[in-house]
Design a protein around this ligand. Structure first.
Ligand SMILES: NC(=O)c1ccc[n+]([C@@H]2O[C@H](COP(=O)([O-])OP(=O)(O)OC[C@H]3O[C@@H](n4cnc5c(N)ncnc54)[C@H](OP(=O)(O)O)[C@@H]3O)[C@@H](O)[C@H]2O)c1
Length: 226
């Protein structure tokens, strides 16, 4: 891969997906918005380009995944499995970044563990070992990302492939957050569960973007130094 990798955001018309896409496009990553409808993706890309002068394109989800080097999944948990099955043929050998939190309405502020252990482990099971599944961005709110400012928030990155984790940490940094190596994919449930805690904090404190900050890491060493 020469230059910056192309990123496809599956669910790129949504709250989190569009906010991340805008930030990556602004940071110089070729970015493709994926949608169940190419027309909807095209319209979202046009709007983004008009307001931000970027060069984002729109595709149906599977074509977006096929065009990208890195595929980010930002769809509701209810549609996670269907979307993973749809894009599976297009992600062999690619880094797939799952942002999905296993929220089950109406009790989204209560941690509910999914049958696979976590959404990320479900993604790895459904996509198979040929996909380099990482998970991240569970604890940063779309509203903060949309603010356009640097964000006082850490993003924990999980995955069983250390090189891929480092690439996703770079993406978290490029989005204006601080990426932190959270270790293997099995640890993803910690961040996925924390989202329900943050939703509850948002409600109780009447705020939109409660997030997390890891303390004790020397400045300039955002990654696992080992
Ligand atoms: N929002 C946040 O602040 C935030 C923060 C951390 C993590 N997350 C996670 O990120 C994922 C996306 O969250 P979001 O808030 O961005 O969701 P959203 O705006 O409701 O949906 C994202 C996109 O998913 C697509 N989609 C596919 N199947 C769908 C269905 N059955 N119903 C509705 N939309 C469907 C839609 O795109 P098309 O119609 O174009 O296909 C939609 O624009 C979730 O798993 C969430 O837990 C969100």
């Amino acid at each position: 891969m020469q230059g910056r990798p192309t990123i496809a955001v599956i669910g790129g018309t949504g709250d989190l997906g569009s906010a991340l896409a805008k930030r990556w496009a602004a940071a110089g990553y070729p970015t493709v918005l994926g949608s169940r409808s190419k027309e909807k993706a095209d319209a979202a890309a046009r709007e983004m380009n008009a307001s931000h002068g970027s060069a984002v394109s729109g595709e149906d989800n599977r074509t977006a995944a096929a065009k990208a080097d890195i595929v980010v999944i930002a769809v509701p948990y209810a549609n996670h499995e269907a979307i993973l099955n749809e894009i599976k043929p297009a992600v062999t050998g690619k880094i797939v970044v799952d942002t999905v939190v296993p929220l089950v309405p109406p009790k989204v502020s209560v941690v509910q563990l999914p049958p696979d252990g976590s959404a990320a482990l479900r993604a790895q099971r459904l996509l198979g070992e040929a996909a380099r599944v990482q998970s991240a961005f569970h604890n940063v709110s779309a509203s903060k990302l949309k603010s356009g400012e640097s964000i006082d928030c850490d993003v924990l990155v999980f995955g069983d492939d250390k090189d891929a984790r480092a690439i996703v940490i770079d993406l978290a940094n490029a989005a204006g957050t601080r990426g932190i190596d959270g270790g293997p994919l099995a640890n993803s449930i910690a961040a996925e569960a924390l989202t329900s805690v943050l939703i509850g904090i948002n409600r109780r404190f009447k705020v939109k973007g409660a997030g997390i900050r890891i303390t004790g890491i020397p400045t300039g060493q955002p990654r696992d130094p080992a």
